[in-house]
Design a protein around this ligand. Structure first.
Ligand SMILES: Cc1cc2nc3c(=O)[nH]c(=O)nc-3n(C[C@H](O)[C@H](O)[C@H](O)COP(=O)(O)OP(=O)(O)OC[C@H]3O[C@@H](n4cnc5c(N)ncnc54)[C@H](O)[C@@H]3O)c2cc1C
Length: 362
């Protein structure tokens, strides 16, 4: 008899797990449940910037997850486009991180040397090269930059929808607008999901990929606390593209990303706002600060019209490193993949592979 797997949550993490499992096995039935439609929560707010090779992580789990995910994205995006016949907007022109003149360059030189040994590319650009290649950068800029040509950015909503469509083609069943209230895991042979409309679903294995919703589902099984960190972003429409239309890498400075959406639109963000006394409230001043930093980097952004602002809550684990990928529940049949905080889009493929391995291990 085939094993039944239930995934709770259809953000980038649940959708990637569903798709990757559907590719690797036909001995399972896979069902995905989400309170809403796919990619509505943190995933719907994300900018999709993958700070992989350019991150300061060089060893251990943090680097291995990044490396594995970057490699998988090289095949995953074309694979999904071929399966669904839909384009997934993404930017393969790299990420350029601007460094102030005061920045200690030695750590970046060390990182470049390490990445070269690891057979990845990273370049240090001087101010002259920056303004030649990227004329949109403020001509007063006197610092340097690190350019990472192999890091990418992807539209997270389009990616999640493509994962869902491709997983459906492989037989995965999605149940949207269906909330799971709790999980019973005391029977050694199976688990029970209790739905918000009082149904009971019996399943062999459960994967909790519910982002901020994971804490309450996990409460009877493991005290894993996932807290929200708010992010706000905005979309600016310009009369013409910034700089050279043929070279539009993601520009990062002081943690602010300027992301070309193709054409003359740019995403700018995001704020990082921690709860105050347990309450998360978007601060208009924080979004304004992000906008001002972006205009300081690329003064032509000031000519644009803000056509959209949005916000989302990043799922951040308390008192343990992100992400949380673990086995929980009295019968050990419940797995959790959550708390990806600021890097859920980047780390989704490695997360799915680890969950696959944990399921295979029994
Ligand atoms: C403004 C902003 C910018 C970001 N930028 C980036 C970036 O550039 N790069 C990057 O890698 N990451 C970025 N992130 C982080 C990224 O968005 C998250 O790490 C990632 O989306 C988490 O994915 P997830 O699937 O775990 O959670 P979510 O996307 O939050 O999905 C969880 C899903 O579970 C469902 N759910 C919850 N409880 C239940 C329940 N009881 N029953 C059924 N369904 C349930 C929810 O409806 C939701 O759809 C950003 C986040 C924000 C807010």
């Amino acid at each position: 008899m085939s094993t039944s797997i239930s995934i709770i949550g259809c953000g980038i993490i649940g959708a990637t797990i569903a798709y990757e499992l559907s590719r690797s096995t036909n001995e399972c039935t896979i069902d995905v449940y989400d309170t809403h439609q796919p990619a509505q929560a943190a995933t719907g707010a994300a900018l999709g910037v993958m700070m992989g090779i350019i991150s300061q992580k060089v060893k251990g789990r943090a680097w291995n997850f990044r490396k594995e995910s970057i490699r998988r994205y090289q095949t995953l995006i074309p694979e999904l486009e071929a399966a669904t016949g839909e384009k997934i907007p993404h930017n393969s022109q790299g990420i350029i991180k601007l460094l102030s003149p005061e920045e200690d360059l030695s750590k970046w030189q060390q990182l470049i040397a390490t990445r070269t040994e690891q057979e990845w590319q990273l370049e240090l650009w001087n101010a002259r090269k920056i303004t030649t290649q990227l004329p949109q950068i403020n001509h007063q800029f006197r610092g340097t930059a690190v350019y990472s040509p192999q890091d990418i950015q992807v539209d997270p909503v389009a990616l999640t929808k493509a994962l869902v469509a491709a997983a459906q083609l492989n037989g995965v069943k999605f149940h949207f607008d269906r909330s799971i209230d709790s999980i019973k895991a005391d029977n050694p042979q199976s688990c029970e999901l209790l739905t918000a409309d009082s149904q009971t679903i019996t399943t062999d294995r459960v994967i909790i990929a519910a982002g901020l919703g994971s804490t309450s589902l996990l409460a009877p099984h493991a005290p894993i606390d996932i807290q929200p960190v708010l992010g706000q972003a905005l979309q600016i429409r310009l009369p013409q593209p910034l700089g050279n239309p043929a070279f539009q890498p993601v520009i990062v400075s002081e943690d602010v990303n300027i992301v070309s959406c193709g054409g003359t639109d740019y995403w700018v963000g995001a704020t990082v706002e921690f709860p105050l006394d347990g309450v998360v409230t978007a601060q208009a001043a924080d979004l304004e600060k992000v906008k001002q930093i972006a205009i300081e980097i690329c003064p032509d952004l000031a000519q644009g019209e803000i056509i959209r602002t949005w916000q989302g809550l990043r799922p951040r684990p308390q008192h343990r490193p992100a992400p949380v990928i673990d086995r929980v529940g009295a019968n050990q049949r419940v797995l959790v993949a959550t708390g990806h905080y600021r890097n859920g889009i980047l780390l989704a493929p490695a997360t799915a592979r680890i969950i696959g391995d944990m399921l295979s291990a029994g």
